[in-house]
Design a protein around this ligand. Structure first.
Ligand code: ADE
Length: 224
């Protein structure tokens, strides 16, 4: 998979791309990530990329031309163009799974008051990472990339993906490691029993319990 990111703040990605699983996914060739500065695509004086909104209001709006030029030059036959915006559909694991099968993504990050609405005409999907407004689309784009890249075949051990939060609309079961007792808190005995069936049953019950407690909306299938 190849991911091209369009941003006004390329340095924000330095650590994200050079640590841990994402770094390994890149160095092993499972994913190629290119960060592009939107200013490199402007033909306006003083590298201008944004301007005041028509109709008034505060803040600046990203202009069409630099973005259209960038996408024209980066787009390939099978490209999905994603816009990061708090007005987009809320990003879910299901979308991460679908996007992890794509060949090429272009992710568009806005700042300030967002994008000229006409930019939407050349995008396939608008994504929000939640019901809160951040200073820009960079952190959201990293969230989306992280969740997609870990799902690409071979990036993490396949077994690790089998039972995790949001599979089957349930949150994950709790885990424990050594020591057996810590500050008076013991590991549930069933986990030491070696009885695989009972362990499976306990974990499934815990998934239901935790989901009911923290995300009852998931149990109603309202997370699609
Ligand atoms: N840009 C600013 N806030 C955002 C959010 N919640 N999701 C995606 N992009 C954003």
């Amino acid at each position: 998979m190849k991911i091209d990111v369009l941003t006004l703040f390329p340095n924000m990605y330095d650590n994200f791309l050079t640590e841990s699983i994402i770094k390994r996914a890149i160095t092993s060739g499972k994913v190629e990530v290119n960060i592009h500065n939107i200013r490199d695509y402007t033909v306006y004086n003083n590298n201008q990329v944004d301007d005041y909104p028509y109709g008034g209001g505060s803040g600046m709006v990203l202009m069409c031309d630099p973005i259209f030029r960038a996408i024209d030059s980066l787009k390939e036959e099978d490209t999905k163009v994603i816009m990061m915006t708090p007005s987009g559909q809320v990003f879910k694991e299901k979308t991460a799974i679908d996007l992890s099968k794509e060949k090429h993504l272009i992710i568009l990050c806005g700042h300030y008051e967002g994008f000229d609405e006409r930019i939407k005409s050349i995008t396939d999907l608008s994504l929000s990472i939640g019901d809160y407004v951040l200073t820009g689309g960079e952190l959201p784009s990293m969230v989306v990339m992280d969740s997609i890249i870990r799902l690409i075949d071979g990036v993490i051990t396949a077994g690790s993906l089998d039972s995790e939060s949001f599979n089957d609309n349930l949150l994950d079961y709790p885990n424990y490691t050594k020591p057996y007792e810590y500050r008076g808190m013991k590991v549930p005995d069933v986990l030491l029993s070696g009885h695989h069936e009972n362990i499976e049953k306990y974990r499934m019950e815990e998934r239901f319990r935790i989901t009911k407690e923290n995300r009852p909306d998931l149990l109603g299938g309202k997370n699609e």
